[in-house]
Ligand binder design. Sequence first.
Ligand code: CUA
Length: 318
Amino acid sequence: MIALAQQHSALEAAGAQAASIERLFNVQLALAALVCGAVIAAAVWAARRRRPVDEDPRAPQREASARQAVVAAVVVSVAIAFITLWYDFTVGASLHQPPRPALTIRLTGQQWWWKVEYEDPVPQNRVTTANEIHVPVGRPVVLELVSTDVIHSFWAPSLAGKRDLIPGHLNQMWLQASRAGVYRAQCAEYCGLQHSNMALSVIAQSEDEFASWLAAQREPASPPSDSLTTRGLRLFERGTCASCHNITGTAASASLGPDLTHLASRRDLAAGTLPNDSAALAGWIADPHRSKPGVLMPAHDLSAGDLQALVAYLRTLR
Ligand code: CUA
């Protein structure tokens, strides 16, 4: 498990696209500061020199040079506007051409979590998880963005710009992490009550670490090893859990909610809302609406023993 703080800033680029966006921001900020400074200086200069025209013997010459100054200022302003426009288009175009071959991940936005699918030509090698994507450092990753309900938007500010997830439309973007770390991504389009609790972690790791993570995710869930976790699995399969969730290797195979096959290996619960530990998991199962009002998952009125067994089983899903 990577014990790093999450990075979430467009001004701390950790990828080629974020770096070019950061550069664009810095150039535009510098130009805007320069223009602002020049305008203030000109205004102060003009205010200090102001004299009634009929008292000034050189009024006609001043009128002519003022006109020239205004024309020059207009020309410079238009030139600056066109330079920044051209620069903006150039950066935009460079962000939207995914290099090939690249790792492809399909991201589906749902109220209010992210379904993550690693594509592979061999069906058994495809991996489904939720609210967390792992990427190898230095390799381009193409994100295919779709939505099943409303418009969401994917934004990992340290890695790349924003892109919308639109129902019935496939959008694409790509990113490439230049150093290992945990980068926070957030839904950046208002999508309902829990829009602000729709986060995702992008975990950039070395090729070796990424390969072993992917291999582990391809494995089915390990079977329960004692009576408590066996009881937990039975409750999961026979209760309402299995109507919405999948745990590969068990009888639960629904896909309405997040895939839970390797739930315990993730950093957090409920799309970045809660830490991934036993207490938070128990609280979430008993009453998800307390920490995330409006979620589709219903509350569960379980006995203390049943809840303990269910949580103990889910905690084994590493
Ligand atoms: Cu999804 Cu805002």
